[in-house]
Design a protein around this ligand. Structure first.
Ligand code: ZN
Length: 244
């Protein structure tokens, strides 16, 4: 979507309360006239993410007056059926490990297809023309439903199935995690970086006991490993740029 079109459009963000969707929230608030948020509860182990959502929205409202007026309603969609039909390490208490097909056992088959389809139905009713998600092809765990081709093909099916010009936007699709931290800093400076470190949650195990420089988490699961590595890379690049 072009910059001019975005200024007059309302969007719906898939918002989990994690690092990536919070970066996308800032990205969207900077561009769209109004941004509503939607979360999905499917019995995920890292349910703590869902309790971080409200806090992140409140902090954004409080610290960024330029975005406050654009932040619209929040929606929650209960999807217990997804937890029941997908027997994965995200919804069951088993160790996170790689499977023979090369995907980690945290993969919930087709999760993003379902999320965007539900989001499209909600957006249709609310008159929102853009669906935004923090999916990413770079640095990702190999989830095929995070790929750009998957999501843009789905967007086409949604347009055909609703006869609405709905678009799917994925601003992080081609960014590394270090580049996502850089984007966060570009959008909201130290205040937004600190907000993400302090209040967002990405750890698959739902650990919030230990505070690292990059935020809270177990420090070992794939989500923590990615977040920690991205943060360190971004800090190193920033430090190198300053000494140049
Ligand atoms: Zn973790």
């Amino acid at each position: 979507m072009s910059a001019d079109n975005r200024q007059n459009t309302a969007a719906l963000l898939l918002f989990s309360g994690g690092q990536d969707s919070t970066a996308c929230l800032a990205w969207a608030l900077e561009r769209y006239a109004r941004v509503e948020t939607v979360g999905f509860d499917y019995g995920q182990r890292h349910n703590i993410e869902l309790s971080c959502r409200q806090r992140v929205r409140e902090e954004i409202s409080e610290r960024f007056p330029q975005w406050r007026a654009r932040l619209g309603a929040d929606h929650m969609i209960e999807m217990p059926a997804l937890g029941k039909i997908s027997d994965t390490a995200l919804t069951r208490d088993v160790a996170i490990e790689m499977q023979q097909n090369g995907l980690p056992n945290t993969f919930v088959p087709g999760r993003n297809l379902l999320f965007f389809t539900y989001a499209a139905a909600l957006a249709y009713r609310r008159g929102l023309m853009a669906l935004i998600g923090g999916m990413c092809e770079t640095d990702f765990s190999g989830y095929p439903d995070c790929r750009e081709e998957t999501l843009q093909t789905l967007a086409k099916a949604i347009r055909l199935g609703t006869e609405k010009d709905l678009v799917i936007e994925t601003p992080l699709m081609h960014l590394t995690k270090a580049q996502t931290w850089a984007l966060v800093h570009e959008l909201g400076g130290d205040a937004l970086t600190a907000l993400i470190v302090e209040h967002t949650h990405s750890c698959y195990l739902g650990e919030r006991g230990k505070r690292h420089e990059w935020g809270y988490g177990c420090g070992d699961c794939p989500a923590c490993a990615l977040r920690a590595r991205g943060y360190r890379e971004w800090r190193c690049e920033t430090a190198a740029a300053q000494t140049r």
